[in-house]
Write a protein that binds this ligand. Structure first.
Ligand code: NAP
Length: 205
């Protein structure tokens, strides 16, 4: 693994892993929906969920559907085509890494006993999950909440093992030297990147 690939892992892959495994209790055969599937967190989440044997649906924009399929998603949904929750599809686990949907929409999209874990998106989305999620979870069998990534050595070791086994590949769209960090942020801000944009420090020497 290159230093760039290694650097892409901790901040993005940790919430993906801990959201799916610790909060989501992911199991083989489950139907899992991942929003923000083409981004830094989502590209890890799709691959980690597949490594657990889940059936994964990834949500992203039109131009990145093939890309999200290429990293392992069984099914893809284009969020630019309107509300993707209107079809009546139900999921055992939803990991939200982006966008905004009300917590009640997420609840309706869960199967009985299903779990919704918010790891990112708008502040409104995250705070709804953090504050309302535990309250809503009191009634019925569906569980809703949030997860902040907590960097732990054993989880980084596990992620390294998944990478060594070829089950997870850090997706890097572009690398920029530190001197071009403004260009890197501008590119990232345009929303065209797939996976991670990495800053390399050593190239500046
Ligand atoms: N919990 C934690 O510990 C933790 C750690 C790191 C990051 N985060 C948070 O996780 C979130 C994702 O981070 P990231 O680095 O993966 O971001 P990113 O690389 O910018 O990816 C953003 C993703 O969101 C999708 N997206 C954009 N607008 C959307 C919309 N309106 N509806 C649905 N999806 C939309 C993008 O799809 P397209 O590119 O196809 O448009 C892309 O897949 C951020 O909110 C970040 O703050 C949380």
């Amino acid at each position: 693994m290159s230093f760039e690939q290694a650097a892409a892992i901790p901040v993005a892959a940790i919430p993906a892993l801990q959201g799916l495994r610790d909060r989501g209790k992911i199991r083989s055969g489950q139907k899992v929906l991942i929003t923000g599937a083409s981004g830094g967190v989502g590209t890890f989440a799709v691959q980690i969920a597949k490594s657990y044997g889940a059936h994964v649906t990834g949500v992203c924009s039109t131009g990145k559907l093939d890309f999200v399929r290429s990293i392992g998603a069984d099914h893809v949904i284009d969020y630019t085509q309107g509300n993707y929750f209107t079809g009546g599809q139900r999921y055992d686990l939803i990991l939200a890494a982006s966008g905004y949907r009300s917590i009640f929409e997420y609840r309706r999209a869960l199967s009985p006993g299903g779990t919704y874990v918010c790891v990112g998106g708008t502040f409104a989305q995250y705070f709804q999950a953090m504050l309302l999620g535990p309250l809503i979870s009191v009634v019925g069998s569906r569980k809703l909440g949030s997860k902040l990534g907590n960097p732990k050595q054993e989880d980084l070791v596990l992620l390294a093992e998944l990478c060594e086994a070829g089950k997870v590949v850090p997706v890097i769209d572009r690398c920029y030297p530190l001197s071009q960090v403004a260009d890197a942020l501008e590119y990232y801000g345009e929303g065209r990147a797939k996976g991670k944009v990495v800053i390399t420090v050593a190239h500046d020497r």
